[in-house]
Design a protein around this ligand. Structure first.
Ligand SMILES: *[C@@H]1O[C@H](CO)[C@@H](O)[C@H](O)[C@H]1NC(C)=O
Length: 316
């Protein structure tokens, strides 16, 4: 019980730290839409992805290609639209943070980066119309102020399709919408859409004794176009965006295996300035839940809870 209290306290302290950074008003107003505050570091992104993202051999090269290509093109025809799919804890949020970090000086806390979480920002179905017009105004207002704005939509699978429909015009190949050009903006959608399909693919490979590294993008793409996994409205909506070519890159994230979780823990210790300890990493990893229940191949929560769990295993 005591341990639990200490754990909660640590969490509260950590979150507060993050909030203070996000809402520092002096930094917010200082930031300008210029090269001092916005400049892409290709090597930085590559380094971050290669050293901190584990088990995502399909996603990694797609993200590099997508972001490098877009950021080095001064005449993009449309905004960059990425859709990151997959089970929880596999690195979708992590990757969006890395992209923001390597474009904006203030990273995810930049005033040019806007994060919308469905359950937090658009919770009530009966207020859909308000959300729609508000979101349109925000996107328009922010892109008017700074063309190189980034919008991250988390939990898209929990978002009312109507809300996302309202931003479709901004994602398309238009020179300008109401006098504003969106062609330098970046939209990132995060969702658990097709999660079952992705898990199943990974599991099928494992069952057939095929190596994980043999999983290709096309193994997932065919999934997305088959109706079998489109049980949820959001899956149908996302695939319609892909069919309409509004999403430029579909980026699937695979479920993580035990060894990836160990790597995550080691990297996390390093980030915290601790000596990476394999023994601790194995302990953390083996106490997690895995599926299928008996074979214990894939981590149910990926690397999601390891940061908070680490406190149970080490004292510092
Ligand atoms: C920019 O987006 C934020 C939400 O992230 C919103 O609060 C703000 O009003 C928007 N700015 C403009 C000028 O529309």
């Amino acid at each position: 019980m005591k341990a639990m209290h200490a754990f909660l306290l640590i969490c509260i302290v950590l979150t507060c730290g993050a909030q203070v950074k996000a809402f520092d008003p002096t930094v917010i107003f200082e930031q300008k839409c210029d090269f001092d505050w916005i400049s892409f570091r290709a090597a930085g992104l590559q380094g971050d992805l290669k050293s901190k993202l584990f088990g995502q051999h399909v996603a990694l090269p797609i993200i590099l290609k997508a972001v490098n290509g877009f950021m080095s093109n001064d005449n993009s025809e449309k905004p960059l639209v990425l859709s990151l799919h997959g089970p929880t804890g596999t690195g979708k949020n992590f990757v969006s943070n890395m992209i923001a970090d390597n474009i904006y000086k203030e990273g995810i806390n930049s005033r040019f980066v806007h994060v919308f979480i469905s359950t937090l920002h658009f919770p009530h179905v009966h207020q859909i119309d308000t959300y729609k017009s508000q979101l349109q105004q925000w996107i328009k207002g922010n892109v008017t102020n700074c063309g190189r704005s980034m919008f991250i939509f988390d939990e898209v699978d929990k978002m009312h399709p109507g809300v996302i429909d309202s931003i479709k015009p901004y994602l398309d190949y238009y020179n300008k919408v109401d006098g504003v050009s969106y062609r330098k903006a970046i939209f990132i959608f995060l969702s658990n859409a097709d999660e079952e399909g992705i898990k199943q693919t990974a599991l099928d490979f494992w069952k057939k004794g095929q190596d994980r590294s043999e999983i290709r993008l096309k193994d997932m793409e065919t999934l997305l176009s088959t109706t079998a996994f489109k049980s949820k409205k959001s899956d149908i909506w996302i695939s319609s965006l892909i069919e309409q070519n509004m999403v430029d890159f579909f980026v699937p994230f695979l479920p993580l295996e035990y060894t990836h979780v160990v790597q995550c823990v080691m990297a996390q210790m390093k980030t915290k300035g601790l000596e990476p300890d394999p023994e601790v990493a194995h302990k953390v990893a083996s106490d997690l839940d895995y599926f299928p229940k008996f074979e214990r191949v894939f981590s149910v929560s990926g690397c999601k809870t390891i940061t908070s769990r680490l406190h149970f295993y080490i004292h510092y």
